[in-house]
Design a protein around this ligand. Structure first.
Ligand code: TXA
Ligand code: MG
Length: 325
């Protein structure tokens, strides 16, 4: 199957109406989308992504009103959070209605829902008669895609269409939030911080890490987002590079270019020291380095605040394959 990269909402909708898959742009990362009401389409998502069947998918909807079609017993805090952050990088876990097939939620009673903030994808959702189930459009375990070419590299010939919405603006995944007795609980850190959620609901908890085989939320799996090249994280770039001096190294740094440090390739995530810009660029930097034929990627951890906390967590998971955590 030839994979086309294009901007036609009509073509994208035609494929989706035919139970085929389309990669869609969102503000966080590209999604691998199919009709959320069709088990046939959803089965293909798991197959193409090589995703284990216990790992549920997010249902993307066009607006808050649509919540009632797919979810029930919606807590007040869910409405408050959606009103504050949607469309945007917030995913809520809500009791699902039967119209959503069990395969979408991996048989869990709760389903993940979000309203993505991307003009093309919102238009597409408005034109369809069903919502879109979509995980990130990467192969299971590999780096998430933030540009159409990242999707093409991993999934070409497996899907008919990539809807080209340019580079994703936030660059890391949505924050996944469930509720316990109405109180928000973060299952996966993402583009919206715990502090931002607390400003709306007063209280917000973090779900603890769980064991690797049966994660409460597979965003908690320890190996994830990993390049094929070994990845080493550091807070002290100079010292780390000195220790590794015989290797061909690719260096990803936060805001400094480390002029005196001799490495094969360098990428600075944000010269102006913006955490948001660093988050936007992190996956693209990992994708690029993974193609440059280096022996090792060294990445500098970001300051541990705001969205930097979530980016550092993604980096830890990406590096876990190397360190064998
Ligand atoms: O930003 C995003 O969230 C992107 C874009 C495409 O929307 N999507 C994304 O999907 O990151 P995915 O499938 O790669 O990650 C979804 C996360 C996983 O950690 C999954 O385990 C969790 O959400 N999740 C989905 N449904 C769930 C459920 N019913 N209960 C618990 N966790 C769930
Ligand atoms: Mg993913």
């Amino acid at each position: 199957m030839e994979t086309i990269i294009g901007k036609s909402l009509i073509q994208a909708a035609q494929f989706l109406n035919n139970n085929q898959l389309v990669a869609i742009p969102t503000e966080t990362v590209y999604g691998l989308a199919g009709n959320a009401f069709s088990s046939i389409a959803v089965q293909q998502i798991y197959a193409v992504k090589k995703r284990p069947s216990y790992n549920p998918l997010i249902v993307h909807i066009p607006n808050i009103q649509y919540l009632n079609t797919i979810a029930k017993n919606i807590p007040n805090n869910a409405y408050k959070l959606f009103e504050a952050f949607s469309p945007g990088p917030l995913t809520l876990l809500l009791s699902k209605k039967n119209i959503v097939p069990n395969i979408v939620t991996a048989n869990l009673p709760y389903g993940a829902v979000r309203i993505p903030n991307h003009k093309l994808t919102l238009q597409l959702l408005n034109n369809l008669s069903f919502p879109l189930a979509a995980p990130s459009a990467n192969l299971f375990g590999y780096i998430s895609p933030t540009k159409p070419e990242h999707v093409f590299k991993q999934l070409h010939n497996q899907i008919p269409y990539i809807l080209n919405g340019g580079a994703c603006k936030s660059g890391i995944e949505s924050t996944v939030v469930g509720f316990e007795k109405g109180i928000p609980v973060i299952y996966r850190l993402g583009a919206i911080s715990k502090t931002q959620i607390e400003t709306i609901t007063g209280k917000c908890l973090l779900k603890n890490e769980v064991n690797n085989n049966a994660p409460v939320s597979p965003g908690m799996i320890k190996y994830h987002y990993s390049p094929n090249t070994p990845l080493l994280l550091t807070n002290t770039v100079d010292a780390t590079i000195q220790q590794l001096k015989k290797k061909k190294i690719g260096l990803i740094s936060f805001n400094k270019s480390y002029e005196t440090v001799k490495v094969k390739h360098k990428i600075v995530l944000s010269k102006k020291s913006s955490l948001a810009e660093a988050a936007k660029n992190i996956y693209a930097a990992l994708h690029s380095m993974d193609e440059l034929n280096v022996d090792m990627i060294v990445a500098e951890l970001l300051p541990n605040k705001g969205i930097g906390i979530a980016v550092n967590e993604k980096l830890q998971k990406a590096a876990a394959k190397t360190t064998g955590l």
